[in-house]
Design a binder for this molecule. Structure first.
Ligand code: NDP
Length: 257
């Protein structure tokens, strides 16, 4: 019987921003299931501690770091605590994100900046901060969570869509810059996924649930667990020649007319 360890993440260490719930926890659980040590980095300490405890309860190695991805100092803390606990950084998942929907003319500059800072600048700072360690190790995987709105227009989410369009270009730029260091940088674009972030839209837009299900070939909303497999692929040796790619995880939403 032949076998391979293409997807094995034992002895690998992943930082997952926003890993205390939603898609981020689905990814953290998937990476932990493949053997990785996981660092959950998010603002709400109790929620992050509970997520890390859930992973350790499942037999994984996990810690939580209280951090705001918009703050360079917090990124220094994330890296330091990761190295203190695990001694290496192999995988960064830039998943933390916020959404505030309203007509474009009604955003304050502070609201615009807060969305761009969290969804785009935070990912850039994160990538910059882990780069020296990945370069030193001679390998690394960066996974950025984009969105179908990186490519579709959306009248009520202009700063969000701008931040996600930026994430795709950040992904492609870093992929080209760091390919020779054996660092692969890829993006995942979720369709509509049943999380706290989407709950706000569901509550605001009439018949939204039904519309999403009708528009999605798979006939259902996505779940955080739908991200485990693609995260393991992009975090593992199986994807060593994949870089700068965007992988939709959307039940076919983006390919049906
Ligand atoms: P959730 O609201 O469930 O999760 C968002 C996560 O981001 C939370 O863990 C939150 O933790 C963290 N976060 C927010 N701001 C910061 C910050 N400044 N610093 C650190 N962590 C932060 O949403 P989802 O799971 O749905 O979203 C995850 C990603 O997926 C986001 O990037 C989102 O844009 C993207 N996405 C989601 C879709 C969906 O349908 N759900 C569709 C397309 C993309 P805390 O509050 O503790 O900081």
């Amino acid at each position: 019987m032949i076998s391979n360890d293409l997807f094995d993440l034992h002895d690998r260490v992943a930082i997952v921003t926003g890993g205390n719930g939603g898609i981020g926890f689905g990814i953290a659980e998937g990476l932990a299931g493949a053997g990785a040590g996981v660092v959950i980095a998010a603002r709400k300490r109790a929620k992050s501690d509970a997520a890390a405890q859930k992973l350790t309860g499942l037999g994984a190695q996990a810690i939580a770091v209280e951090a705001d991805v918009t703050q360079p100092r917090d990124w220094g803390l994330i890296v330091q605590k990761t190295l203190d606990r695990f001694g290496r950084i192999d995988i960064l998942v830039n998943n933390a994100g916020v959404l505030l929907g309203k007509p474009p003319e009604s955003y304050s500059l502070e609201e615009w900046r807060s969305i761009i800072d969290t969804n785009l600048t935070g990912a850039f700072i994160g990538a910059q901060t882990v780069f020296p360690e990945m370069k030193r190790q001679g390998a690394g995987k960066i996974i950025n969570i984009a969105s179908l709105t990186a490519s579709f227009g959306s009248p009520f989410n202009v700063p969000y869509t701008a931040s996600k369009g930026g994430i795709l270009q950040l992904t492609r730029g870093l992929a080209t810059a760091w390919a020779t260091h054996n660092i692969q940088v890829n993006a995942i674009s979720p369709g509509w996924i049943d999380t706290d972030l989407a709950a706000g839209v569901r509550a605001r837009v009439p018949n939204f649930d039904e519309r999403v299900v009708a528009r999605t070939p798979a006939g259902r909303w996505g779940r955080p667990t739908d991200f485990a497999g693609v995260a393991v692929l992009l975090a593992s040796r199986a994807s060593d020649f994949i870089t700068g790619a965007e992988i939709p995880v959307d039940g076919g939403y983006s390919i049906q007319l």
